[in-house]
Write a protein that binds this ligand. Structure first.
Ligand code: ADP
Length: 494
């Protein structure tokens, strides 16, 4: 096992401090909180705990930087240069950033390192887009009038991110802000604040003026709520649970700030008997178990056409059982721990409810037996059968390595059942029949539908929710335009 030696260079020294106006500062209250490695329970770092007053300070700085400074009028080429430099810096430091996330929230180093290439390419995509954003020239039916639209940065963005992909989430929030000329106060999740703090330093090193990107770790009910409610914030970009999303909508009402919400999911993954089952079975396991199931678009409702149901589900279970559970620092680890004791209890609570409802746990369903893993918050990948659409485990987002496998008989039936959820983030379809694929692509109510693939992302392709999975899109041009206001400019010409 190749375990890196602690401490990580970023963890050396005293408490990690807030990053406001380009400076490291303590919380005004002087409070700190601890962040631990969920694989071992070890303390990683003490972090300044931002509260409402720190959020207020950070928003003032971001506001002033936006309103008074030259930032929002920088030329697109300058913002592009900063983003390209940032991408180079992330490339230089990817090992270190990946390890920070592995330590802070447990994901396997292969996974965090593997995401690096994508995140670097995402930053380069935003860099390209920085020069491609534009308004339009229009043709009103009023004689002698000229009209065009200008796209102007929306202002101060408050970003609130979850712990399941901390660096990823931070890049997704920082990239469009830098590309469009907005400013940002980012509150990373309290369970995993470290990589966002380091990324904030790299943003400065890349040449963004101080005050453009501010990072304020803290708790949701205090720092997060203050950011969502703050009258100096023009837009909140939130990724997290539906319950918190609803609170953010309420908090945002004061100044009617713009919102984008990337919330939970309970995504269907539908396998027809005519599919390439050799490809579909491992993919279905990965769709459900990757990142220990802590992915919003995880394929947690596995619908399998009845003739192949038993055999297919057995293969998914066998694939899951072979995944190596362990400390994320081990290069051979496939599945790390859940992020916290609380999260594991939550997942175990769902398994208790499945048992009480009469479901069968055909694999997993417990903590791993190895004594070496006893200090971490590990769970074995779990396949449930004997479930129906009404049980809690098939209706609610679990955010753990648990998949509910259900047989179906007809395309009409499975479409209806797949859509019978308040969520609509992603959906997978496995078939060799193009007609079926197109029909499902049209009829499934989800922000992304993948055919013969699952959870594919690309910087140029938008992703986001239907229904209670949220609104607004990340990735793609829509993501950037969501950070811009449209101004109509009129002029009498004759
Ligand atoms: P999870 O259950 O996955 O932790 P949350 O939605 O609670 O999801 O957390 C996602 C982010 O939202 C975290 O950064 C958290 O601190 C923040 N958060 C939690 N509660 C609130 C709130 N009331 N207002 C604003 N942000 C919050």
């Amino acid at each position: 096992m190749t375990v890196h030696i602690l401490p990580h260079p970023f963890l050396a020294g005293g408490p990690k401090r807030l990053l406001i106006g380009g400076k490291h500062v303590d919380a005004i209250s002087g409070k700190t909180f601890e962040t631990c490695n969920p694989a071992t329970g070890e303390l990683l770092a003490t972090v300044a705990e931002g509260g409402a007053e720190d959020i207020d300070l950070a928003v003032k700085v971001a506001r002033e930087t936006f309103d008074e400074g030259p930032w929002r009028r920088t030329l697109p080429v300058e913002r592009q240069t900063i983003l390209l430099r940032l991408a180079d810096l992330v490339e230089r430091e990817i090992e270190s950033l990946a390890l920070l996330d592995t330590l802070d929230m447990g994901a396997p180093i292969r996974h965090t390192r593997g995401s690096g290439a994508f995140l670097i390419s995402l930053l380069r995509y935003y860099a390209g887009m920085a020069r491609g954003l534009h308004g339009e020239t229009l043709t009103p039916s009023i004689p002698g009038m000229f009209a065009c639209t200008l796209r102007e940065p929306v202002g101060v963005v408050g970003a609130i991110t979850p712990w399941n992909g901390p660096l990823w989430a931070a890049v997704l929030k920082i990239g469009p802000v830098l590309a469009t000329g907005c400013t940002l106060v980012l509150k990373p999740a309290e369970d995993s604040p470290l990589s966002a703090l380091r990324l904030g330093e790299l943003v400065l090193e890349a040449g963004a003026p101080p005050g453009v990107v501010n990072i304020v770790p803290g708790f949701g009910a205090t720092a997060g709520a203050a950011l969502a409610a703050h009258g100096g914030v023009d837009k909140v970009a939130f990724t997290g649970s539906g319950a918190t999303g609803r609170k953010i909508i309420e908090a945002s009402a004061g100044n009617l700030k713009r919102l984008s919400l990337e919330l939970g999911g309970k995504s269907p993954n539908i396998v027809f008997a005519d599919a390439d089952l050799k490809a579909a079975a491992p993919a279905a396991a990965v769709a459900a178990f990757a990142n220990s199931g802590q992915i919003c678009s995880a394929g947690t409702r596995l619908f399998v056409e009845r003739p192949i149901y038993e055999e297919f589900v057995a293969e998914v279970a066998a694939f899951g059982a072979k995944l190596k559970i362990g400390d994320g620092r081990d290069i051979e680890t496939d599945l790390g721990p859940l992020v916290s004791a609380k999260q594991r209890e939550r997942v175990e609570g769902y398994l208790d409810s499945a048992r009480a409802d009469g479901a069968n746990i055909i694999s997993g369903g417990s903590r791993p037996a190895q004594p070496a893993l006893a200090q971490g918050y590990f769970m074995t990948p779990t396949v449930l059968t004997g479930v129906n659409d009404q049980m809690r485990v098939t209706r609610e987002e679990i955010f753990g390595p648990v998949v509910s496998a259900m047989p179906f008989d007809t395309i009409e039936e499975v479409t209806k059942r797949a859509n019978a959820t308040p969520f609509g983030l992603g959906a997978g379809v496995w078939t060799r029949d193009n007609g079926k694929a197109l029909r499902m692509g049209r009829d499934l109510r989800a922000g992304s539908v993948w055919v013969n693939a699952y959870n594919v992302l690309d910087p140029a392709v938008p992703a986001g929710g239907y229904k209670e999975s949220g609104y607004g899109r990340e990735y793609g041009a829509d993501h950037l335009y969501d950070h811009l206001n449209v101004k109509s400019f009129w002029m009498k010409t004759d």
